[in-house]
Design a protein around this ligand. Structure first.
Ligand code: NAI
Length: 488
């Protein structure tokens, strides 16, 4: 029987396969897990619902999970982030476009919000699972927490016997989620309860998804164990920082082709992503201004040589504004009206709440001109005849994935090696008490293993502790080397 899927165009598969092949060379962590676990197949019996940007790098992740024995269904966690050629290659697998033999993927670049929530439901809808729940998903691999949220909300409304009416929706997108759940509940009133009862755990990729998991755990509503992959050191101190240092300028350049050197770039937030963003902009010769709410991060930015200011004080000076906070309403419509002509505005935080796009659309007399897909000029002259507009990238969504192709393979190999190890941990240790219902990070020795797997490719020579040195420091020469409180 063929596989079900929905992607843009299967004929792109060989272009995708070439890119995947080159990415494999740059993803030594994932490739060494394939070798290490080729025989033992630790994920045999795992049925993974994956929701993470459907890029070339993610294709290598998916095919690693499969190589370790898992069955997988996949969607993207952002409407603009899919690389259609990668999605096609994963679906075709070892088959042909006429007879695909790979993994069911439901993702294409430029989905509508309705499409997006449809794809999210598809990864949770496994063939035969309505009749036999054993055939449904037993693990979630999430980025931003939307798949996890869908299962939790669905189960919550099923327990209540109804989904709130359209009037209860807090936003356009929330209304679409409620509509999706209402339709499901009408057809299958216990679908998400069944799924929630069988999920052994979720591994979460990013800061924003971890925030949601921690909120659910604190409220006592989390239904299964979670591994916070983001806070592996080899994830957030690498992907969030060095990844964005590469993919932020890539996105701005592909979108606008402006020279960054000499410009004033305002970076909102100086966490891991903000630090990488600021370093990249300075590397291009920009003058960087940082905004922060946290005195520690504000002081770090100052010590790193950046001006730290409130956004309101620097609106008229900035040429490029980038939000990196994971918060909401960071750049409001009023802020955008105060910016200089042709200022560029973009976001690399997970959700599109950081820039008030709905507010911008409501500014009297505003006009939106499409320069090209994911690049829009918003004309704010209100009919005055004065030439004034700003450029908004990816409609306020992740611009490094919307306007470019996200982080490069080598850094994603670190993140995704953590993901695969987290899935193995959740699956093979289910029921042992190793991961109770709650939010966990991987043991430091595994974090160090991820780094170790990436050293040889960069020609790194690691110094080895002598037994006497190890005894002096009170360490095992094989690690772990640092206490949990160490900050790197
Ligand atoms: P973080 O918590 O390390 O940094 C966020 C910073 O923003 C904090 O220092 C916080 O104090 C600051 N902040 C919060 N509200 C603010 C406000 N109103 N004004 C100024 N600063 C404010 O988080 P991290 O890891 O840097 O992640 C940030 C966001 O980026 C998250 O949504 C995360 O999911 C996302 N992310 C995106 C990636 C991408 O490829 N685009 C990659 C990794 C993470």
């Amino acid at each position: 029987m063929g596989i079900d899927f929905r992607v843009a165009d299967l004929s792109l598969h060989s272009a995708g396969r070439h890119q995947i092949r080159l990415a494999e060379h740059e993803m030594p962590g994932l490739m060494s897990l394939r070798t290490e676990f080729a025989e033992s197949q630790p994920l045999a019996g795992a049925r993974i619902a994956g929701s993470l940007h459907m890029t070339v790098q993610t294709a290598v992740l998916i095919e690693t999970l499969v190589a370790l024995g898992a069955q997988v269904r996949w969607a993207s966690c952002n409407i603009f982030s899919t690389q259609d050629e990668a999605a096609a290659a994963v679906v075709v697998g070892s088959g042909t476009p006429e007879n695909p033999a790979g993994v069911p993927v439901f993702a294409w670049k430029n989905e509508s919000i309705e499409d997006y929530w449809w794809t999210a439901e598809q990864i949770l809808t496994w063939p035969g699972a309505a009749e036999d729940p054993e055939l449904g998903p037993n693990l979630i691999l999430d980025d931003g927490g939307d798949a996890t949220m869908l299962v939790h909300l669905g189960a919550q409304y099923e327990a209540a016997g109804a989904v709130p009416g359209p009037g209860a929706a807090e936003s356009h997108e929330h209304g679409i989620v409620l509509g999706t759940l209402r339709a499901t509940l009408a057809k299958d009133p216990a679908k998400f309860t069944r799924i929630a009862g069988r999920i052994l755990g979720v591994s979460e990729e990013t800061t924003t998804g971890v925030l949601r998991l921690n909120q659910m755990a604190a409220a006592g509503t989390l239904r299964f164990p979670a591994i916070n992959v983001n806070d592996s050191v080899t994830k957030s101190k690498f992907d969030n920082k060095y990844g964005i240092r590469h993919s932020l300028p890539d996105g701005i350049m592909r979108a606008t082709d402006v020279l960054i050197g000499g410009k004033v770039v305002v970076i909102c937030g100086y966490g891991d992503v903000g630090k990488g963003a600021a370093e990249a902009m300075r590397g291009q010769g920009a003058r960087v201004i940082v905004t922060e709410i946290d005195p520690i991060c504000a002081l770090q930015a100052a010590m790193d040589g950046h001006q730290v200011a409130r956004l309101e004080s620097v609106l008229a000076r900035g040429d490029i504004f980038v939000t990196t906070t994971g918060g909401k309403d960071i750049i409001t419509a009023a802020h955008m009206q105060g910016m200089k002509n042709k200022a560029i505005v973009g976001n690399v935080g997970h959700f599109d709440d950081e820039i008030d796009m709905a507010g911008l659309a409501r500014v009297p007399g505003v006009r939106k001109v499409e320069i090209k897909p994911q690049v829009h000029e918003w004309v704010l002259d209100a009919g005055t005849g004065a030439e004034r507009s700003i450029i908004v990238l990816s409609e306020g969504r992740l611009l490094n994935l919307g306007n470019a192709t996200g982080h490069p393979s080598f850094v994603m190999s670190n993140s995704f090696t953590n993901q695969v190890i987290a899935q193995i941990e959740l699956f093979t240790k289910a029921g042992t008490g190793a991961y109770a219902n709650g939010v966990h990070v991987l043991p430091k020795i595994l974090d160090e293993k991820v780094a170790r797997l990436h050293l040889a490719a960069l020609g790194v020579e690691l110094t080895v502790l002598s037994p006497a040195q190890a005894a002096y420091l009170g360490l095992d020469a094989a690690g772990p080397y640092k206490p949990e409180t160490y900050r790197y």
